[in-house]
Design a protein around this ligand. Structure first.
Ligand SMILES: [Zn+2]
Length: 203
């Protein structure tokens, strides 16, 4: 939960890593700022800030690596966690509308070589009410993604991935706002909420 005690955050992070059989001190996280920066991780021995929440960490909305055993993690609650895999490596992205309107997808495809992508749970077209600022940020996205004051963010992501050359795209189809039982939703919960983690790694 946002504002939780550091000890509780650390314990939950340890549990999440252990549940997946991952080494927490290898996991890469960043301070997410709804930008288009992707950090490339080249050295598996550098400890990330996942198990040290007080440590300095980069400002970025994506991680990329080609190294096995370096899990990439983004935190989301309505934004989309998107993994992109290609011959050059793997990227994990935190994609809200600002990241999608920027160059996050295109950069990830360029860095990894594209090929395949997975779009995880985020706010769906059923619930994502937007103003003209959001609609105006996607002049080239095509028809049908804005209707009745709502935005189909997963479909925008799919189209951008496809335009960048990604052929195999999986979509979860789950709306975090609708599914109160299983997901946190920043909008539904009025900002004070937990986060899902989108985690991807090279075996
Ligand atoms: Zn919904």
């Amino acid at each position: 939960m946002t504002g939780d005690r550091p000890g509780s955050v650390l314990e939950n992070r340890k549990r999440a890593a252990a549940a997946l059989g991952l080494e927490g001190d290898r996991m890469k996280v960043a301070t997410q700022v709804h930008g288009s920066r992707i950090v490339r991780h080249l050295d598996p021995s550098v400890a990330g800030s996942y198990l040290n929440p007080e440590a300095d960490q980069p400002e970025a909305d994506g991680h990329m690596t080609s190294l096995p055993g370096v899990p990439l993690l983004v935190l989301v609650a309505d934004c989309l966690p998107i993994a992109v895999k290609g011959p050059g490596g793997l990227a994990m992205l935190h994609c809200g509308w600002r990241g999608l309107a920027g160059t996050l997808i295109e950069k990830a495809v360029s860095m990894t070589g594209g090929g395949a992508a997975a779009i995880g749970p985020g706010i769906g077209p059923c619930c994502f009410e937007v103003g003209p600022d959001v609609a105006g940020s996607f002049p080239d996205v095509g028809e049908g993604v804005f209707a009745d004051g709502r935005c189909d963010l997963p479909e925008i992501a799919r189209r951008k991935l496809r335009s960048a050359g990604v052929e195999a795209i999986e979509m979860s189809g789950v709306c975090t706002f609708c599914d109160q039982r299983d997901f946190f939703s920043y909008r539904r919960d009025g900002g004070l909420t937990g986060r899902q983690a989108g985690i991807a790694w090279v075996d």
